[in-house]
Design a protein around this ligand. Structure first.
Ligand code: FES
Length: 141
């Protein structure tokens, strides 16, 4: 499996790929059915494996829809995690590309390094999610 591919075996992961971003946007527009785009924050237990380092593209990232976490790797070997719940209307962000986390639902964007708002209607930054990197595994802390 190469970085950015859909890891469908355990969960649906959206990367910065265009077609997938559209799919994610559509999913985000579907509203909150209780498990996809709601306002609840990340659902991760400490120690849970979120992804492998190889699954997170350098300069981009992946959106873990089940866990409601976005993982980024702005520069090689530096990983960050944020809530994937957009601060605008609590839908899930849709992609990460070129150092930016994007929410295609209404056009908000955030820094993939800090989670700070870069544009759009989002009123505040994405909250940080604590992670640790253990070898090639990215774990919730
Ligand atoms: S919910 Fe993300 S921009 Fe509106």
């Amino acid at each position: 499996m190469t970085a950015g591919e859909i890891r469908a075996t355990r969960r649906i992961v959206f990367s910065g790929l265009g077609a997938l971003g559209v799919a994610a946007a559509l999913a985000g527009c579907a509203g909150d059915d209780g498990d996809g785009g709601g306002s609840a924050g990340p659902k991760v237990a400490a120690g849970a494996e979120l992804a492998t380092t190889a699954e997170v593209p350098v300069g981009g990232g992946i959106v873990l829809t089940d866990e409601k976490v976005v993982l980024t790797q702005p520069t090689a070997g530096t990983f960050h995690a944020f809530t994937a719940v957009c601060t605008h209307q609590s839908l899930l962000v849709t992609s990460v590309e070129d150092g930016t986390i994007r929410c295609a639902n209404h056009g908000s964007s955030y820094s993939a390094s800090t989670g700070e708002v870069e544009g759009g209607p989002a009123p505040s930054a994405l909250a940080t999610v604590d992670i640790t990197v253990d070898g090639d595994r990215i774990l919730a802390a």
